[in-house]
Design a binder for this molecule. Structure first.
Ligand code: ADP
Ligand code: MG
Length: 402
């Protein structure tokens, strides 16, 4: 059991808090504040405990000097200041002496946000690989490390796994809640356990598919994932998205051989034709050379509904079709409709899956939504993550005095 924030005496301490504030930003405006709002529970608790708070987060991809301008955390600072109705200090030179001075001078209840940790990657990748010297330098800014960035905890990056070696450490409320939700619903699931895997690329999801197959009773496939398995079975899929790498094909064949009775494939598909630009519904064994599969059809939805209605635990990751286009959102919409009849049985994970849920009118209909993306999939596959592993163990003392 890892140490938890509420079991530590952090009163008045200088706390380094690793959040996931990686929000979408356009023209300097935060488009979706969900991740910032979710981080407030831990921040508000630290404020109540009179902590001096130093927040770290990455934002977007920073591969070159030019990437910095569009990935500054300044818009996040403004959003956080508005939500907390409080001044948020900002330090741009993360490892510089000025940042250390601001951190040292913080008063109880004051907050300092450090600039995007991935700025440290230019030129020497000090964040995106574990750099001990950088971790040590960062740790000197605080007295305690709190990891609340569940969604980043699969990354062996300096600000995620590095600091707990040098400071007393614990999990924040958001990380704790996410771990508890996944443990309760998926790691300790009830059977029949059904997994719905959709979306684009099978290679992204192969490790989670492999880890879930022994545990689940049914694996319902859709999207590019289903196409890749069907291709491995020898079906003609026209120009549909699929993985035809021989090594992957043979791996998929061996999985289907081992777990035959668990696989459920689409019976029909909504296809668009590159030949005459029409959209039609076709049986899965009647796909022609110019066809591109874009969604599941009505027969597939009925077949999947029957399995879902008889399941006790359901995990869905990936959309049923190209939900971004209105002609191909029906499969995803109908599956969400079915799942919304028994939301307590359902766990939802994946960036696009959650966007689809919100865009297709299901916001607020499900409780067990894991915000982790890749972290969620890795947690389900391995039962832990590198960032979580690095946090110190709970030694059983009710409140740990630091
Ligand atoms: P998540 O981000 O939730 O893990 P994915 O990224 O795997 O989900 O899946 C969503 C993406 O899969 C969407 O961009 C969607 O357009 C794409 N997709 C779904 N079905 C198909 C298909 N048949 N062909 C091509 N792309 C598809
Ligand atoms: Mg995605």
């Amino acid at each position: 059991m890892k140490q938890l924030l509420r079991k530590m005496n952090i009163n008045n301490k200088r706390v380094l808090l690793r959040c996931d504030l990686n929000v979408p930003i356009e023209n300097g405006n935060v488009l979706d504040e969900t991740k910032i709002i979710k981080s407030l529970e831990t921040i508000n608790y630290l404020l109540k405990e009179n902590c001096k708070i130093i927040i770290l987060s990455h934002l977007g991809r920073v591969k070159s000097e030019e990437d910095k301008a569009k990935n500054t955390l300044e818009p996040v600072r403004l959003s956080l200041a508005k939500l907390l109705n409080k001044e948020i200090k900002f330090a741009t030179d993360i490892l510089g002496p000025s940042t250390k001075e601001i951190a040292q001078a913080l008063l109880p209840g004051e907050i300092l946000l450090l600039e995007n940790t991935r700025f440290l990657d230019i030129p020497n990748k000090l964040e995106s690989t574990l750099n001990e010297e950088t971790a040590k330098q960062l740790s000197e800014l605080g007295e305690v490390f709190v990891l609340d960035a569940f969604a980043s905890s699969h990354r062996t990056h300096t600000s995620v796994v590095g600091l707990s070696k040098y400071l007393p450490s614990c999990l924040g409320f958001l990380a704790e809640a996410e771990i508890n939700m996944l443990n309760k619903n998926l790691i300790n699931h009830k059977n029949p356990f059904t997994v719905i895997m959709g979306g684009a690329k099978v290679d992204d999801k192969l490790s989670i598919i492999k880890s879930l197959l022994p545990k689940c009773d049914h694996l319902l496939l859709s999207g590019g994932i289903a196409n890749s398995f069907l291709y491995a079975l020898g079906l003609n899929l026209g120009e549909s998205l699929k993985n035809d790498n021989p090594e992957i094909v043979s791996e998929l064949q061996s999985l289907m051989f081992t777990y035959k009775e668990k696989f459920a494939f689409p019976l029909d598909a909504i296809v668009s034709s590159t030949y005459n630009n029409t959209t039609t519904i076709k049986s899965i064994n009647k796909i022609e050379a110019n066809d591109i599969i874009k969604d599941i059809g009505a027969k597939t939805i009925t077949k999947y509904k029957d399995i879902l209605d008889n399941s006790e635990t359901i995990f869905i990751n990936g959309t049923m079709g190209v939900y971004e286009e209105k002609e191909f959102k029906n499969g995803t919409t109908e599956i969400f409709n079915i799942l919304s009849k028994y939301p307590e049985k359902v766990v939802i994970g994946g960036g696009d899956t959650i966007s689809a849920l919100n865009n297709l009118g299901f916001r607020g209909k499900f409780e067990n939504i894991s915000s982790g993306g890749g972290a969620t999939l890795e947690f389900i596959a391995n039962g832990t993550l590198p960032g979580i592993e690095a946090i110190m163990e709970d030694d059983g003392i009710e409140v740990l005095d630091l």
